[in-house]
Design a protein around this ligand. Structure first.
Ligand code: RET
Length: 280
């Protein structure tokens, strides 16, 4: 009887070791994380090598911002794979997996570290894109602030367990922030890039970014934490990991390859930020 009482009043606690074992026992899930650790590591080495001769300060700034993307990523995935930044949440009534998730006691596997670290990696992507487009400070600030808002409210959506409706309220708020980011990318920076003379590469990266980033809210909505059309944590995780491979490493590679071979254009472009001064 005491056991039953304790079970009903003490929230479910899953230890880090249990979380680690849950991930390791699902080969598909664990592969979706390890693949990104390996690719992020290789990307870091490659990008440092590619940037070894870059001297213009603005080109260097684009390199540093872009290099942060795989650095944040390797940290993020290490947190996930170790069980440090994942949880098992009891879904509220109304959720398709309430009480019947694949985690202990019917909970749903929640890799919250993913959403948290997006708040660090995605601003780096936007800073690199904004610099490439010749953005002014106002647009850069707006894009980055809205982007952080999107990630943190997305985290709130994933972590809300009191009400099914409120999970979706957070989701809608996150989408509103996302709309601001999309507007700046598609309208403001696209126009700035024309003036800066970087429109060609900017447009390629803009399309890649917009198409892939749209995939994240779709996967969230359909995945185990949303409508649960996709119930498997491993399949959901692979969807994000696959998007990450293109949106981070391929994106960064295309951007840095262009910057390294067009340093003169970057050095002399018309930028709303003015010149990034050279000293010493
Ligand atoms: C969430 C759910 C709530 C609604 C929206 C989302 C958007 C997420 C995006 C993530 C992009 C992540 C990237 C990571 C690479 O490091 C939080 C899924 C709009 C756009 C590019």
């Amino acid at each position: 009887a005491t056991d039953l009482l304790v079970q009903s009043i003490v929230p479910l606690e899953v230890t880090q070791t249990e979380a680690f074992q849950y991930i390791q026992s699902d080969a598909l899930l664990s592969a979706s994380l390890w693949v990104n650790i390996a690719l992020a590591g290789l990307s870091i080495l490659l990008f440092v090598y590619m940037g070894r001769n870059v001297e213009d300060p603005r080109a260097q700034l684009i390199f540093v911002a872009t290099l942060m993307v795989p650095l944040v990523s390797i940290s993020s995935y290490t947190g996930l794979v170790s069980g440090l930044t994942v949880g098992f949440l009891e879904m509220p009534a109304g959720h398709a997996l309430a009480g019947v998730g694949t985690g202990p006691d019917g909970t749903v596997f929640t890799p919250w570290g993913r959403y948290l670290t997006w708040a660090l990696s995605t601003p780096m992507i936007l800073i690199a894109l904004g610099l490439l487009a010749g953005s002014n400070v106002t647009k850069l600030f707006t894009a980055v602030a809205a982007d952080i808002g999107m990630c943190i409210t997305g985290l709130a959506a994933a972590l809300t367990t009191s009400s099914y409706a409120l999970r979706w309220v957070w989701y809608v708020i996150s989408c509103a922030f996302f709309a601001v980011v999309l507007y700046i990318l598609l309208a403001e920076w696209a126009e700035d890039a024309e003036i800066a003379g970087t429109a060609e590469i900017f447009n390629t990266l803009k399309i890649l970014t917009v198409v892939l980033w749209l995939g994240y809210p779709i996967v969230w909505g359909l995945g185990a934490e949303g409508l649960a059309v996709i119930q498997s944590p491993a399949v959901t995780s692979w969807a994000y990991s696959g998007f990450d491979i293109i949106a981070k490493y391929l994106f960064a590679f295309l951007l840095l390859r262009w910057v390294a071979s067009n340093e003169g254009t970057v050095a002399n472009m018309a930028s709303g930020l003015g010149s990034v001064s050279r000293s010493g």
